[in-house]
Design a protein around this ligand. Structure first.
Ligand SMILES: C[S@@+](CC[C@H](N)C(=O)[O-])C[C@H]1O[C@@H](n2cnc3c(N)ncnc32)[C@H](O)[C@@H]1O
Length: 314
């Protein structure tokens, strides 16, 4: 396994050790061809190639305002559609990134596009043509590799929700050249910096890195390790929008966050505002911001303005 020098040595050692323990490959290897592909995204505000429930593409500028000044290692336990991480990589917010999600297919997708690299997708036959009908999309889907199937399936469903069906309106509104460019760009970004993709439950994932920090006495004030947490929305869970797979216990989340705080690392948590969440995180600094939620389960809510809580320990 080839690891880049920029990742602190102790972390690399532990990652290798972890790989052999859990048998999962954590891939730091860059794609063979990562020479700059000239990407010219027309709308830079949209960076994720996926549609994702709770995706934060449009909120990046608000998130950016709240980031710590210096970050060496960016750790993100709830990657989702990857908008925040991709924006952070794009703007060189940190040196290395360790990105996790419980969704195996999602991590499979990002791992594949990272491994194959942008040139592979620039010339890929499955991305040459934009289907006009769902029938054409189905044929393309059947003849595509797994990661492109995941991507086609995702963009044709409302919010990319796994149990939803494909919609002609999604095909017309979403299946565009710019979406293909976002996929190629994401493949390039995942190779631009040191990026590791992990498929694990967030509790286990965070504990693993906190143990490393403790074991090697890593001083987060000298080489800042930062956790960005964007868990599934509290509102959505109360209203059963997520499937069980995505439900989390917020009391447990609070414990995990307290552990991050005790380790000396900085964290930023974003969560939809509610009395319950304000009460739960009252020990930390809470900032409220208005923003437009683009991902809810109901069409009429599609661009609802809401309040988001930014919870942080710095
Ligand atoms: C709100 S989304 C993150 C959105 C992301 N920041 C973006 O901008 O696209 C939350 C993610 O948490 C993941 N998730 C849910 N439960 C989890 C768990 N127990 N451990 C790790 N990830 C989990 C879901 O699969 C989902 O992708």
């Amino acid at each position: 396994m080839e690891l880049n020098k920029e990742i602190p040595e102790p972390i690399k050692k532990q990652i290798i050790k972890n790989c052999s323990i859990c048998g999962k490959e954590i891939n730091f290897i860059k794609a063979a061809e990562t020479e700059p592909v000239i990407m010219n995204l027309k709308k830079k505000s949209l960076i994720s190639p996926l549609s994702w429930m709770g995706g934060k593409d449009k909120q990046w500028s608000l998130i950016k305002e709240e980031l710590p000044e210096k970050i060496e290692c960016w750790i993100e336990p709830f990657l989702g559609g990857g908008s925040v991480a991709l924006h952070a990589i794009d703007e060189d917010s940190a040196w290395s990134y360790i990105l996790n999600d419980l969704n195996e297919d999602l991590i499979g997708f990002f791992s594949a596009i990272k491994k194959n690299g942008p040139r592979h997708y620039q010339t890929h036959p499955s991305l040459k043509k934009i289907p006009r009908t769902l029938k054409e999309a189905e044929i393309l889907y059947d003849n595509s590799p797994e990661e492109i199937r995941f991507w086609i399936d995702n963009i044709l469903k409302f919010n990319g929700m796994p149990r939803a069906r494909w919609y002609q309106s999604r095909l017309e509104g979403n299946y565009r050249q710019s979406r293909i460019e976002r996929l190629i760009n994401a493949s390039w970004l995942l190779n631009k910096k040191e990026v590791a993709l992990v498929n694990s439950d967030y509790v286990e994932f965070v504990k693993f890195y906190l143990d490393i920090i403790d074991l090697y006495h890593l001083d987060s004030s000298k080489s800042p390790i930062f956790f960005f947490l964007d868990p599934p929305y509290f509102y959505s869970q109360k209203n059963n929008i997520y499937n069980n797979h995505s439900k989390i216990d917020f009391t447990q989340l609070k414990k995990v966050i307290d552990d991050i705080d005790k380790s000396g690392c900085k964290f930023l948590l974003t969560i939809d505002a509610s009395v319950e969440m304000e009460e739960l995180f009252k020990d930390y600094k809470i900032i409220k911001k208005n923003w437009k939620y683009t991902s809810t389960n109901r069409r009429r809510d599609a661009c609802k303005t809401g309040v988001e809580l930014f919870v942080k320990n710095y």
